[in-house]
Design a protein around this ligand. Structure first.
Ligand code: BGC
Length: 369
């Protein structure tokens, strides 16, 4: 069932974009498509561009270094760029254009804004480059060849289930009162995470076993612009003031990632409320410490080392003229086409399984001892 869901945009938007895309592709007949991408190969020391978003979470910081080293070790020239914190979209657009001009054979993009790169990826395709959307899908364009990410819908499902498990462990009988947070609306992942979580939470909300204290259940109400900690903290502050006066308790908070989880916990502590069950994602150092201290309840392990290594493998296949391996050709419709994807499995982490989950991670393993 979930494979049939459009993971990116609304059905109405999809229909409009499909019409648009048909028009576009008719005009651009002969330009390379994902079927032909990589069929010719390119020289082993070619330039590979990597355009990453602003450093809104540790995974992006790590990815930059891993790409620089991984691509160099594979013999390629690497141009790895981050969008700046405030002018993210314009920065990234300029960076991608510059990579195309410099002759990059593959451009890997972690989009700052899913729908604002149409011109730049078309430019890349017109110059014969292969475009890989990394971690975040790029929408509104036929010019994406591949998508590589951890299974985002699964991430959401795991977060929803962790929230329920954590609340039940603390207070075996409901109803439980929760609040919902989602990521930045310009990141395609935000809706996919939220939909995954809501698939698990909604049946309990419908039964009345879970109550959203503020009543804010719509993704528009729960959004956190720019994935910024201060925005989540502000929203939590105001929710606590408006919906949790007196002794009213908050049992849990669905947080889409660790940065926001810590902001939410800061807000709750500031209001002098008991610590609720709070989910997260990314296995950030401070959050893993918090989980081990019994504060944040869960995170998700999406090992960036694996994701970058698999992306470099894709690039190596393209270099040889082979088709990269994909394992999902149904889930990621970007409104114009279904983008062939390689999805890795995310792992839920709580205090219980942290030592096992991070056993092979030199940075995180010592924190679980
Ligand atoms: C990534 C998350 C990350 C978030 C904010 C998402 O697209 O998948 O891992 O926490 O962006 O940077």
């Amino acid at each position: 069932m979930r494979k049939l869901l459009l993971r990116s945009i609304t059905a109405v938007g999809a229909a409009a974009l499909l019409t648009l895309s048909t028009a576009c592709s008719n005009e651009r007949e002969g330009s390379s498509s994902s079927d032909s991408a990589g069929s010719k190969g390119f020289s082993k020391d070619s330039l590979i561009g990597v355009a990453l978003p602003a450093k809104t979470s540790e995974n992006w910081v790590l990815a930059g270094d891993l790409f620089t080293n991984g691509l160099k070790n594979a013999g390629f020239k690497a141009d790895v760029q981050y969008a700046g914190a405030s002018t993210t979209v314009a920065d990234q657009q300029a960076q991608i254009s510059s990579m195309v001009t410099k002759g990059a054979k593959v451009i890997v993009i972690g989009a700052t804004d899913a729908s604002q790169l149409t011109t730049q990826v078309k430019q890349a395709k017109d110059e014969g480059a292969t475009v890989i959307a990394y971690d975040r899908l790029i929408t509104n364009t036929p010019d994406i060849d591949y998508y590589i990410a951890f299974d985002n819908f699964k991430v959401g499902q795991l977060q929803g289930q962790a929230l329920i498990d954590g609340m039940k462990a603390k207070k075996p009988k409901g109803p439980w009162t929760i609040e919902l947070f989602s990521g930045s609306p310009d990141d395609n992942n935000s809706k996919v995470f939220f939909d995954g979580a809501m698939q698990v939470l909604k049946p309990l909300i419908d039964k009345g076993d879970i109550v959203v204290g503020s009543g804010q259940k719509d993704i528009k109400q729960t959004a956190t612009q720019g994935w910024k900690a201060e925005n989540a903290q502000q929203r939590m502050d105001s929710l606590l003031t408006s919906a949790y006066s007196g002794k009213k308790t908050l049992d849990g908070v669905l947080s889409p990632n660790d940065t926001l989880a810590r902001a939410i916990l800061t807000s709750v502590k500031g209001a002098g409320k008991p610590v609720p069950i709070v989910t997260g994602q990314d296995s950030e150092v401070e959050s893993v410490k918090s989980i081990m201290a019994g504060v944040q309840y869960s995170t998700i392990n999406k090992d960036t080392r694996k994701l970058v290594a698999e992306t470099v493998n894709m690039i190596k296949s393209l270099q040889k003229g082979d088709k990269p391996t994909v394992n999902d050709t149904k889930s990621y419709n970007n409104g114009v086409k279904v983008v062939p994807a390689y999805l890795l499995p995310p792992v839920i982490v709580t205090k219980k399984n942290a030592a096992e989950a991070y056993a092979n991670d030199p940075k995180l393993a010592p924190l679980t001892k």
